[in-house]
Each structure stands twice: as structure tokens, then as C-alpha cells.
Design a protein around this ligand. Sequence first.
Ligand code: NAD
Length: 255
Amino acid sequence: MKKTAIVTGGGRGIGYAIVRALGRDGMNIVLMGTGPEERYENALLELTKEGISWHYVQGSIASDEDRNRLCAECLEVYGRADVLVNNAGVAPLERKDLLEMTEESFDRVIGINTKGTLFLTQMIARQMLTQEKLFPSRGHIVNVGSCSAEVSSPNRGEYCISKAGVHMLTLLFADRLAGEGIFVNEVRPGVIATDMTSTVREKYDRLIGEGAFPVSRWGKPEDVAQMVAFYASDKVLYTTGSFVDVDGGFHIRRL
Ligand code: NAD
């Protein structure tokens, strides 16, 4: 019996690397993204070539209707959900000083990164509890947080707040679900080369050049995916509510 994993934002970037890693670990994959399936045609074709079974759902985690559809299609195609990776997330459309941040941008970023993640987790956790226990764990939930949960960037405060919220979600669900056999953990990327960071490439190139990151290179989506795959596996059965930094040592305070 294969496990089934839901990966939000799985069509590109970190999410796609997670999809590949979990697929290679033998899981069926349900991916969700905001774009139409054709946008990810090549990436999805690669999965098929690798023998990974997948199902794509277009929609937003911020929409109750879309979350319901994601869950329904996952059950329709694979019959159960064993792993949820909350990877989908957005940066502010425009970086603005904290004193200029708009309510509109705050609502958008929190609505997707924090509220969407919260209610999707609630829905899938409830689903996991109705399923027959076939594996050593009843389920694994892995949240893709960010170093921004703790690192201040006053020109994208809404993002930092949204990821601090994701950390509390990790703790809350870990606490609530531990007795049910569902494990909830978090992976915190630092600076990873994806579309999300393409607009600030020069800034981070410079910071890396100046030695801001002990491991002096850009992070790769695969660096994050390996850690997510570990947390999503049944190698992890006594760890919950924890997080791992995948940031080249960026979190180390230096003197
Ligand atoms: P990306 O922009 O390349 O990909 C994001 C994916 O999420 C896309 O596939 C998009 O379709 C999907 N998505 C966006 N909004 C969605 C929504 N409302 N519903 C469903 N899917 C949605 O970003 P990435 O760099 O791969 O980031 C993935 C995750 O990692 C995000 O949560 C991000 O905050 C986090 N992160 C990234 C970095 C980095 O340096 N790239 C650092 C720390 C944390």
C-alpha cells in the first residue's frame, strides 16, 4: 500500500522538489497550485517519466471551496491522505516599508500563508483521523515556514508575521494531534533560488558574497525537499512541534 501526500504549491520551486522527493520515496502525489495544469506541463511530465503517480488540482488554499475540492479529489483518486506538506506561500506583491504597509497586502499574505495553511491543515487532519491506520504513524504534516518567522525584514513585515504564525500553527497542531498519532513539524528555508527570490537575486548575491551565510551559496529547492521528506517519513515517530533551519547556518548569531 502506497502512501498519498498532498503538496500545496507543488508545481514549481521548493514545492516541486518536495513532490519529486516524496514521489521517489514511493508516495502518490496530489499537487495544488494556482496556475492551470498546462503551466506545469514539463514538470509534471518529468514525474510521469520517473514513474511517480500524481494528480494536479488547480486552486488556492485561501479558498474554502478549493480546499474542499482538493481533499475530495485526493480521496476520489487515491482514497486517503497520509501526508500533508503545507508549502504554498506568497511574498508581498511589493516590498514596502512597515510604515507604508497596506491592509490589502497584509490580508492577502496572511490569508494565504497563515489562514489558508491553518484551515487546510484542519481539514486534512480531520480526514486523517477517519482513516484506517495502515502505517506506523496516522499522518505527517510538514509546514514550510521561513527564517522570516524570526528574522526581521521591515520592508515585508506581513510576510514575517505570516511565517511567525505558521510556527505557532506547527506548535498548536503538534500539541493537539500528538495523542492521535499525527506528527507536525516545520522546515525553515533561508534563501533558496526559486521564482520567489528571483526579484531580489542581486541583493542576496551580494549578501552571500559578503559572507552573511556560513555555507556560502544559494540554497537549492532540493536542500529543503530532503528535510521535508525526512519529516514526512516514518523515521520520525518521536519528534513533533519541532523545526529545522535549512539556511546554510544563517541563524547562527555571530560576534
Ligand atoms: P514559488 O513562488 O517559486 O512557488 C510557490 C508555489 O506556491 C507556486 O507553485 C504557486 O502556484 C503556489 N501558490 C501560491 N499561492 C498559492 C495559493 N494561494 N494556493 C495554492 N498554491 C499557491 O515559491 P518558493 O520559493 O518555492 O516557496 C515555497 C515556500 O517556501 C513558500 O511557503 C515560501 O514562503 C517558502 N520560503 C521560500 C524561501 C525562498 O528563499 N525561496 C525562503 C523561505 C521560505
